[in-house]
Design a protein around this ligand. Structure first.
Ligand SMILES: [Zn+2]
Ligand SMILES: [Zn+2]
Length: 315
């Protein structure tokens, strides 16, 4: 009855329920009662299974691909309670992987390796795995097929680092090498963020009020010198995340202006300014201890970071 109520809502999801006396499925597990009345567990594969294992010619490290057979074989051995179902499911796994381009000898090797430990050990594996990984610090590296086997290099040279008493105390175990996905065609060609189109060049906010820099950033294409009255154009499209910027701080209380330059992102520089305002050690910090209101304008993108720095001044 309740399921019918949930399905009244329009959408792609449809809820179903199952009821049985002899067997029940949950995630990848099928629990059934055998003729003697004991419970048995078996691997449950959904009818929608399409054999979409990672293809063997996919751009992944060899150990990742090879361990797919090992990992799945371990799963089958952990889930299936009878030898018959283990054999049946391992055969299916093997043919599925061979169909995806895996070398039969590698698949047989990995399945054989997964079959060495007794099932009682496998059922307690999760706990021991967690405690084993607890003291390992990850070393993130962008994956590249030309990289040598980093884990071996780390293991080989780790004793040298251990000679330092501070290091050995901080990192008692060698780090585990974690590979990050390198940029692929999709990430190079498609931007996840769609930039708002402006019909003029200038300084823009890209974030909502939660971004401290955007909240003080003025959206404008021009700025005025308070000492000469001259109006200038903002050069380039500038936001809080633009790197290498000449920027203007306008004091809204006393109309003084400060021009600064940063090689890092504008929002990183602005974070530094906020620290200066708090500590009041620099001239600008002292100024904004007295005056509280200001606006920030990115006025020019620095093409070459080595260019002669403009003068900083409070005028
Ligand atoms: Zn922002
Ligand atoms: Zn002021």
């Amino acid at each position: 009855m309740e399921i019918k109520v949930h399905n009244l809502y329009p959408g792609e999801l449809e809820f179903t329920s199952e009821f049985a006396y002899s067997e029940i499925t949950f995630l990848d597990l099928r629990i059934s009662r055998n003729v003697k009345g004991f419970l048995e567990t078996d691997l449950f594969v959904k009818p929608t299974f399409k054999n979409l294992y990672l293809k063997y010619d996919s751009y992944h490290s060899r150990h990742t691909l090879d361990n797919i057979a090992y990992g799945h074989a371990l799963r089958i051995r952990t889930i299936c309670s009878t030898e018959d179902s283990v054999t049946k499911n391992l055969d299916i796994l093997k043919s599925n992987l061979i169909e995806r381009g895996y070398p039969p000898s590698t698949v047989t090797d990995k399945i054989g390796k997964a079959c060495t430990a007794p099932r009682s050990v496998l059922l307690n594996r999760e706990g021991s795995k967690k405690s084993r990984k607890k003291n390992h610090c990850p070393l993130g590296v962008t994956r590249n097929p030309r990289l040598p086997l980093l884990s071996n290099i780390v293991k080989r040279h780790f004793p040298i680092l251990q000679l330092s008493p501070i290091f050995s105390k901080t990192f008692p175990n060698p780090p585990s090498v974690i590979y990050k996905q390198p940029p692929n065609l999709k990430s190079l060609l498609v931007k996840a963020k769609i930039r708002e189109k402006h019909n003029f060049k200038g300084c823009f906010r890209t974030h909502d009020q939660r971004c401290v820099t955007c909240s003080v950033l003025k959206e404008t294409s021009t700025f005025q010198s308070k000492s000469t009255g001259q109006i200038f154009q903002v050069k380039g499209d500038l936001t809080c995340t633009t790197k290498g910027v000449i920027y203007l701080l306008n004091c809204l209380d006393c109309q003084k202006q400060y021009v600064g330059e940063t090689g890092s992102e504008l929002r990183i520089r602005h974070r530094g300014h906020r620290q200066e305002f708090k500590k009041a050690l620099t001239p600008i910090g002292k100024h904004f201890q007295v005056c509280k209101n200001f606006e920030l304008i990115g006025i020019e993108k620095i093409r070459n970071n080595n260019k002669k720095k403009p003068e900083k001044r409070l005028s």
